[in-house]
Design a protein around this ligand. Sequence first.
Ligand SMILES: *Cc1c(COP(=O)(O)O)cnc(C)c1O
Length: 382
Amino acid sequence: MKFGTKAIHAGVHPDPSTGAIMTPIYQTSTYVQDEPGVHKGYEYGRTQNPTRNALQNNLAALENGRFGVCFASGLAATDAIMRLLQPGDEVIASNDLYGGTYRLFTRVWATYGIKFHFVPMQDAALVEQCVNANTRLIWVETPTNPMLNIVDIAAMSDIATRHQLKLAVDNTFASPYLQNPLDLGAHLVVHSATKYINGHSDVIMGAIICNDSDIHDQLKFYQNAVGAVPGPQDCFLCLRGIKTLHLRMEQHCNNAEKIAAFLLTHPLVGKVNFPGFTDHPGHAVAARQMRRFGAMLSFSLKEDSLEKAVKVMSATKLFSLAESLGGVESLIGHPASMTHASIPIEERRKTGVLDSLIRLSIGIEDAEDLIEDLKQALECSR
Ligand SMILES: *Cc1c(COP(=O)(O)O)cnc(C)c1O
């Protein structure tokens, strides 16, 4: 089955009691049992929910995986993967991570005895140098946030295989439509479904997809035992959003390509980070492992001035100044003060997050209007 068909049909079935074609919102905390221990497979809402099951099965299909497990947020999903580790274990992660993931690793899990190495993963040799007897997990994000670096998932899988490590990929920026890490050798795929998967900026949710049934059993155990589960209404909204994921992603990508080309020629714009450019250092890898190049991009101003960047961000009318990404509407953000404020300034500058760096999440409006909006906002910074 191809992607669009799976988006609409995988994991969902008409409701057996009424024939309702759309998966009902099973807004219930518990399920009545016929006798103690005799039930229909559902005991308690934290443990199982039919709306959540449909979503989990649908997401598994979209990532070409066997199992999906949903969580109350992307970070709760990431947290569940960290629970697979033991004190003393080591993790190699990209030095250009989503700020919240970096915070979870360094301020929560590091205090429980997990050691993290943050390396520029575009260079596979640097990753391999960090591997030692305690290494258990490689954590990849690609494209990265906000620099849009590309990590070669197959190369990371090769290292993981040779050293018997697990490979987890945060696939939020690409979405399952553009990139399927399990096909490239990853063991775990993580999503902030808050972003492209739900796509309408009205749900916070996370998901993990995997193929190994032992890992799936452990994740399901933590889903229930820790309890960071999404509610049924949010699962319904997410399922509804997914039905247009393939159409949305095409329009997101079309718009992003046009806007990236516009920014490239603008006299006030410095560097434009977009993996779709043939001279982007990760372009060849992106072309190999992604269907298209995504709809996230960032750019600095020719004059690296915080003040001028603030002027641009305050002047846009269609691009809303907000954190997050992947919704139908275009967003503009300032990583240094917003999403990446929790990363120390020296770390931030090392990875190229300049004071004037502006990040765009390109929505699915009409590209011409978005370009006009950026044009007038850039003029305001003169
Ligand atoms: C937003 C985001 C997360 C965290 O997801 P939440 O749903 O906000 O908890 C993790 N990784 C990436 C790449 C993200 O963009």
